[in-house]
Design a protein. Sequence first.
Length: 384
Amino acid sequence: MKVELISTGDEVMEGFIDDTNSSWISRRLIDRGIEVSRRSSTGDDREAISAVIKECSGRADVVIVNGGLGPTTDDLTTEAAAAAAGVPVVRNSAWESRIRDWFAARNRTMTDNNLKQADLPEGAEVIDNPAGTACGYQMRINGTEFFFTPGVPSEFKRMCDDHILPAIFSNVPDDTVILRYFLLGIGESSIGKRLSGISWPEGITIGYRAFFPYLEIKITARKTGASELSAAETMLLRKISPWLVGRKQLDMAGNISKLSGVIPLQVLEYGTRGRLIREIAGAMESVSCRLKPLPETAHDLLAYIKPERCRTIAVGRETENGIPVAYWGGLRGFAVTIRMPGRDHERFLDFAAAAALDMLQRALSGHRPDVRYEMAEITEEADV
């Protein structure tokens, strides 16, 4: 199935609003193995919107159009859609009543321009909007199914979840499996080299998404048997396991909470300025967090937390050698100092906090927490 997206609005074209709706719906679609084949954007110009609608029609199976359904003079998507389909704009009496009732229920005065939202291309089917006054609608143009949606993210997402995505998925065979893996401390090009030359089973494709300091690798299996998928996963894990920090979703703090259970955990932080505490405190109840001055070497930091009676993860003071990170589990402990030459300092702090989460997750999983990364240097180690 070919799906395309059209985003409208001068504010999107001029960069005053990020097009988060397109990103969100693209992720929802790819979860079912449907890749968006093209994304188009246009300003608040009736002829330009109509032209891009015509261009997409007949080429894609489904097009989702977002924006331009409001009551103001620059909301021109409906007029453009009608022109592209060669039909007139007509008043939908049922939605007109819905708009009037919406304002009456809130004791608000309705101006006549709001009724513009009840004007739809002839033959369009209304898509309910429980959260606002701009309905969506569905219609066919040149054999392509179009879904027109309001630009307000909460309204758009509700409409997609309630109507649009179920309609799309009902016409797609459920024969696609997607497996996700999240890595820390290695770049896309380095992993690409490690995976080059591998002969994947038929129907298997590998995708990448970098978002510092992480890298997502995705196995997409279409019409692939369980044995072929298992073989592909085994081949992939052999190459990526040293940097693997999550599967299915990236939530180290949540996983740490599950691994820790009700056993108390202490977080001591200094060098990363509260980043680690923010991650862990939001996911755990049995955790004690303190932001305080701490030693600046791996050896000294590990010695500092060794007397603690509970499991402790600590991030020490930053120096030119890097930031020390240490874990003490009650019987054994491990510490490293991490440095990232040439990196933006704020990004380095993000990375160091992620490395602390990685160390803690490894330790609680029963693995030796000696983290190693390609994009960072280990300048010092300590082990007890």
